[in-house]
Design a protein around this ligand. Sequence first.
Ligand code: NDP
Length: 250
Amino acid sequence: MFARLQGKNVLVTGASSGIGEACACQFAASGANVIITARRLDRLETLRAKIQSTWPGVQVHAAEMDVRNNEDVERVIANIPGELAEIDILVNNAGLAMGVDPVSDISNDAIDTVIDTNIKGLLYVSRAVVRIMKRRGSGHIIMMGSIAGMTGYVNGSIYCATKSAVHSISESLRAETISIPIKVTEIKPGMVETEFSVVRYHGDKDKADNVYRGIEPMTASDVAESVVFAASRHPRCVVSEVVLLATGQA
Ligand code: NDP
């Protein structure tokens, strides 16, 4: 529970599972109103019902939004009802890994999907929300980067490139909006066991499990704790970056 988050309006992208879902719950637990978005509306409706029954004082708005589609992003953000539209905090979390393959074998679909989601989608959402925050004269944008953005690894060319871009966007946005002020935080998790683990290997659970051999991965809640911690600091203080590793991870 962080008292400073009480009554804040928080938009979470990719809230239908994993880290985004955990963030939505932890913000709601601190009394923040949440706007939850993703493509799987059925999952969002289930989450909305859970939040409403667990934290009845909190407002929840669920909306289907594909971050790759700028018209979708603009329409959904323009249609957030009432005072919820005054977004205080954005958690730019939607993202995925596909095409975890040698460069010679990467499909066009993987290149387009990962870049469109992790970079272009993040920029579309940031642009729409920064306009609101500039008008309001304050705000906080939390980017879901990755330790993959700090390095490169075998078969990681597209994903690492996109998370490196998240870092560049975060640094640029922080410099650009410092006088408003809009806070910018980049969270860089290591191994977190979520649906992501299986999605990146096209549903091959054995390959996914192999990544964690001998290591206990973090949970989505572990990452969400850092997100709400960063979001709940005093206005004079910004958590600019968090690197969060599974304890056994080199
Ligand atoms: P999940 O697969 O559980 O969650 C990914 C979320 O992104 C889902 O809610 C999904 O919703 C959403 N999403 C994917 N594509 C789109 C799209 N085009 N439009 C809108 N939403 C989309 O994985 P995680 O929770 O692990 O991933 C969340 C973030 O954390 C990602 O940015 C990932 O890169 C990052 N991360 C994950 C790590 C890990 O080890 N798991 C480590 C470091 C960073 P839906 O399919 O319903 O649209």
